[in-house]
Design a protein around this ligand. Structure first.
Ligand code: ADP
Ligand code: MG
Length: 309
């Protein structure tokens, strides 16, 4: 769906994006994670054809954005990180205004606008002035307006910034719904745990570069050479520890409470499934067997710390 190749952007002498390469398959919720100033907004604007690159390519559905931004306009919905001021506009007028920009007319326009207000749960507010809405509502309205032309690709710059926890959960739900409707979503945030839950893949950006990219699981694996598996049993704790310790690639075993052990290991999914079989063959009464995720926050700190060295 979307490929970024050797993308660079300089503002004067300042290098905001530095040789970025990314591939985003169709149907993903792809996250851009990074601190302020990492280059997320710049990259997203270039992706949408709103800003020119200094060099490099952005290709969406085999079309070069930099050469032909017009051909792609109808395919992309962009939600900026900054919501403008709209003094005298009511919610429906705001939506209809954006729909009219895309030449959507008459009863079709009314229907699309109402359907979108329903999607973002703002039907109750349709006759309110935009400026009277809460920040979370404004952001949902902004999302709705970016959807008026039914784009395949949504580029959302910090859609949950400044929202309270409840509003964030609602925003995530809306994004999941949009994904289930077949849209590809690119979303940025500097709030990390949020994206690890929502996204299928992500890139960690720092100083205009991709420090790491891949599925959330891949990133966890890259950062943690050693992974942790937690096993809960009904009893036979000592035997469990023995079986785990005897298994190759298990580096250490710790007990956690009465019937729980954690083992550090190096290996892939096959390794984990073999380990579970081994436990069962040894008649260990396993209640649960799961891999512990490193929190994205931890990963991010590790990855960016290694950059400073
Ligand atoms: N129009 C501009 N002129 C000069 N520098 C800019 C401009 N826009 C952004 N920058 C700088 O480029 C860097 C990346 O900015 P941005 O893409 O907004 O990062 P992010 O969205 O990750 O916070 C920052 O250091 C920012 O100050
Ligand atoms: Mg930004």
């Amino acid at each position: 769906m979307l490929k970024i190749e050797n993308l660079c952007k300089r503002y004067g002498r300042f290098q905001a994006v530095n040789n970025l390469n990314l591939h985003i398959p169709k149907g993903e919720i792809f996250g851009f994670v990074g601190p302020n100033g990492a280059g997320k907004t710049t990259t997203m604007k270039i992706m949408c054809g709103l800003l020119s690159a200094t060099s490099g390519k952005v290709i969406i559905n085999d079309i070069d954005v930099i050469d032909k931004p017009r051909a792609l306009k109808s395919k992309i919905g962009y939600m900026p990180d900054f919501f403008g001021v709209y003094d005298d506009l009511k919610v429906t007028e705001y939506m209809e205004f954006y729909a009219s920009i895309y030449d959507i007319k008459g009863s079709e326009r009314k229907k699309i606008c109402m359907d979108l207000l329903e999607l973002v749960d703002l039907v109750d507010k349709k006759d309110f002035y935009v400026d009277s809405l809460s920040r979370g509502m404004k952001q949902r309205l902004c999302l709705a307006r970016s959807l008026v032309h039914n784009p395949d690709l949504l580029v959302l710059d910090e859609p949950a910034s400044g929202m309270d926890p409840r509003a964030r959960v609602e925003m995530k739900e809306i994004l999941r719904t949009l994904r289930s409707m077949g849209k590809t979503i690119v979303v940025s945030s500097h709030i990390l745990p949020e994206l690890s839950e929502l996204c299928t893949s992500l890139v960690i950006m720092e100083k205009g570069q991709a420090v790491m990219s891949g599925t959330v699981e891949e990133i966890v694996k890259k950062v943690y050479h050693s992974q942790i598996i937690r096993v809960k049993v009904i009893d036979k704790l000592e035997e469990t520890i023995r079986v785990l310790q005897e298994y190759p690639n298990v580096d250490g075993v710790d007990t956690r409470g009465e019937n729980v052990v954690e083992a550090a290991f190096k290996g892939d999914d096959k390794f984990m499934s073999d380990l579970l079989i081994r436990l069962v063959e040894n008649n260990i009464p396993v209640v649960s067997f799961n891999q512990l995720d490193g929190s994205l926050e931890d990963i991010f700190m590790k990855v960016t710390a290694s950059l400073e060295e």
